[in-house]
Ligand binder design. Structure first.
Ligand code: F0G
Length: 455
């Protein structure tokens, strides 16, 4: 069967306004060709992020009504704690308002200036929280990830050999914690294999370094292990996920992804002494440990989201819709990064617009054209976001349980139209930018005709 069957019925709908291309041209100019500055109500299909943009189930909405709003000792907290302990096996469970709060608290308890944190690839906020404390965030991306068209699986892996060699050179005490991000968002949402999880864990352990997972997309990583690793093919997803967590000493989770909620996060671990320190910082910045910056109803919705996310039919549908998007974009000549992940499909903008050099922001130019064509909002991950970088990508993120196959068809058709007129697409130049994180606020203008080709 070719049709992607969404394993849910729609019980509430959120209408969006259908805009015309002429209208969008005006809106884009007013937003200075920066899609972060376009109002959400002027977007028809919003693929900016999969974070906090999912739809909750009927059971989650029911949990919202029964959430316990007590300041201390909320029943909803104890429910969540039981669900998270069962999922991860970790003793200490701290709710936080989102992933980066877990990062700030954990690193605040563990890092001092001059130290370093290794990872397969730090997500932006993780890196920023490490660097804010005067420490170094060090990435060990697998070699296979450099080739965007290579179909090799497990491109999210950490390069264990390079990490071992690097650890050999570090003075005692320089590395107080080691990380692994599953799935690897900075590297195309690629998964990490169980073998790599095991090897990384053994390496950290052999050096006496605590091992923490950034497990924002743990269910999607577990799904790939179940799908691609014959040793785990027959194992229930919940046991696959538990096996991943068992290899580490704790985790940080942005629950806005696989927690299936719009806000929330978790910090979980076994170390009693570290947990005591975390509790102090948590109270200082987030709130009492039984609510951690969330409402009781948020805790209740998260507990239910974690019960639902490892459902095989849901993850099968998620894979089917991402693969459908990737395959049909390719058929229309869109250079898609391989293999396609689950939370997003990435497009290689340098390959799509070879006449636009990186300094003229091909990723941003392509994302703007997609908005003009179809009212679809994607995000540039490239020169505008990072300055000089190896790749200019456009990320099409898939919010969980939000869009149907016909929405995806609209995206495919819109991108196909963009590719038909790609030779005429001009690059952009920055006319105004902030000193840090410029992608969010920069003002841009299209290059004058002829400039893109250097004529
Ligand atoms: N870790 C990973 C791997 C992430 O992808 C994110 C967020 C975070 C940590 C931070 O979590 O947003 O809850 O504070 N990623 C979002 C994205 C923003 O669009 O990829 P947060």
């Amino acid at each position: 069967m070719k049709t992607v069957l969404e394993p849910f019925r729609i019980k509430a709908v959120e209408p969006f306004r259908i805009t015309s291309e002429a209208e969008r041209r005006d809106l884009l100019a007013r937003a200075h060709h920066n899609l972060f500055l376009v109002k959400a109500e002027d977007v028809m299909i919003d693929l900016l992020t999969d974070s906090g943009t999912g739809a909750m189930s009927t059971e989650q909405w029911a949990a919202i009504m029964t959430g316990d709003e007590s300041y201390a000792g909320s029943r909803s907290f104890f429910e969540l704690e039981a669900v998270v302990r069962d999922l991860t096996g970790y003793r200490h469970v701290f709710p936080v308002h989102q992933g980066r709060a877990a990062e700030r608290i954990l690193f605040g308890c563990m890092l001092t200036p001059g130290q370093a944190v290794p990872n397969n690839a730090h997500f932006d906020t993780t890196r920023a929280n490490v660097e804010y404390l005067g420490a170094e965030a060090k990435d060990f991306v697998a070699e296979a990830a450099a080739d965007l068209r290579d179909d090799t699986p497990w491109k999210g892996n950490l390069d264990v050999e390079r990490l071992a060699a690097w650890l050999d050179e570090q003075p005692a005490g320089r590395v107080p914690v080691g990380m692994l991000t599953i799935t690897n968002n900075r590297v195309g949402g690629q998964p990490v294999s169980m073998q790599n999880l095991r090897e990384v864990g053994e390496l950290y352990r052999s050096r006496g370094i605590p091992f923490l997972l950034d497990a924002a997309r743990f269910a999607e990583n577990a799904w790939w292990i179940h799908r691609l690793d014959p040793a785990w093919r027959e194992v229930p997803l919940r046991r696959v996920a538990r096996a991943m967590f068992d290899l580490a000493d704790g985790c940080m989770i942005s629950a806005k992804k696989d927690g299936l909620v719009n806000i929330g996060g978790l910090l979980c671990l076994n170390d009693d002494a570290l947990a005591a320190k975390i509790k102090d910082l948590l109270i200082l910045g987030e709130g009492f440990p039984t609510y951690g910056g969330l409402a009781g109803r948020d805790l209740a919705a998260l507990a239910q989201g974690l019960r639902e996310v490892l459902d095989e039919d849901y993850l099968q549908y998620r894979e089917a819709s991402a693969q459908y998007l990737a395959e049909h974009l390719e058929r229309r000549g869109v250079p898609v990064v391989r293999p396609a992940g689950l939370h997003a499909v990435y497009v290689d903008a340098r390959a799509a617009l070879p006449h636009v050099p990186p300094e003229q922001l091909p990723g941003q130019a392509l994302a703007c054209e997609l908005y003009l064509q179809g009212g679809v909002r994607a995000v540039e991950i490239g020169t505008l976001m990072f300055g000089e970088t190896d790749h200019d990508l456009v990320r099409l993120c898939l919010p969980r349980r939000v869009y149907t196959q016909s929405h995806i068809d609209w995206v495919i058709e819109s991108f196909g139209e963009v590719m038909r007129r790609k030779d005429g697409i001009r690059g952009l130049r920055i006319v105004e930018q902030a000193p840090v994180l410029r992608a969010f606020t920069a003002r841009l203008r299209p290059m004058a005709a002829g400039a893109a080709t250097g004529v």
